[in-house]
Write a protein that binds this ligand. Structure first.
Ligand SMILES: [Zn+2]
Ligand SMILES: [Zn+2]
Length: 244
């Protein structure tokens, strides 16, 4: 009895079963839905969150076409790796993704292309001993709040409290440890994206924790480890490394 061969056979059978359940799930979810272009009634799934009309060939996202916000009935839009209501901002759970994560392929293609161009430019600058443009990541430099005019004020506004730059630099927050916050935030980024408010508190002082978390994500975004998206009061961090 070869138990390894049997284990692989079992795994293949389970996978085949999952595939059949997936096909059945999509058939049920797309049953009696009409193509938004030709009103054709035969739609088939062509991928996670993608379907195609058998009559006119129109391919579209069924979540956006058929689902609405359960809170307010607003239309749904894709935000990197989740669907949100375009009216009230609630998360909308997709009915057209069987087991895969929601994934905005266009967004990630564009981000990774930008990332590659920047990396190439950076290597060229370093090789030719040219100054590296400010938009590029530069490791090991000390934090300088004066480097971008208005940064300190913008940080104050965003965290909703007043940090005096002088007291900040004089060591008012001696315990702020950027690398500790960075590892903490990185540990939360097992998903493609995480909302700023979903990151668990690391410090007892919640307000201070919020400020430090915010500073940490700014530096992480500058180092191109994450991308930050702001949508009203909602801040979303997108893991650029995961996209690789
Ligand atoms: Zn059609
Ligand atoms: Zn809504």
């Amino acid at each position: 009895m070869n138990i390894v061969v049997m284990a692989f056979e079992l795994a293949a059978l389970v996978q085949e079963y999952v595939n059949r359940v997936r096909r059945f799930y999509y058939e049920v979810m797309l049953w009696d839905r009409a193509c938004p272009k030709c009103a054709g009634r035969v739609l088939r799934a062509v991928g996670e969150g993608r379907c195609q009309c058998s009559e006119c060939g129109h391919e579209f996202d069924p979540v956006i076409a058929f689902q609405t916000c359960t809170e307010c009935g607003g239309s749904v839009r894709l935000r990197v790796s989740r669907y949100r209501c375009s009216v009230c901002g609630s998360d909308v759970r997709s009915l057209f993704h069987f087991d895969a994560r929601v994934f905005d392929a266009t967004y990630f293609r564009q981000k990774m292309a930008e990332h590659r161009v920047r990396k190439k430019q950076y290597r060229t600058c370093v090789a030719n001993a040219e100054p590296v443009p400010r938009s590029m990541p530069v490791g090991g430099l000390p934090i300088d709040l004066d480097s971008s005019p208005g940064l300190a004020n913008a940080l104050d506004d965003l965290v909703g409290c007043d940090i005096q730059q002088a007291t900040f630099l004089a060591g008012c927050f001696p315990r702020f440890d950027l690398s500790r916050y960075q590892s903490h935030i990185q540990a939360q980024l097992d998903q493609f994206e995480v909302s700023f408010d979903e990151i668990p508190v690391l410090e007892q002082n919640a307000r201070l924790d919020r400020i430090w978390r915010f500073i940490a994500i700014i530096f992480m975004a500058h180092a191109r480890l994450i991308d930050i998206q702001q949508d009203g009061h909602m801040i979303t961090l997108v893991n650029l490394h995961e996209a690789h």
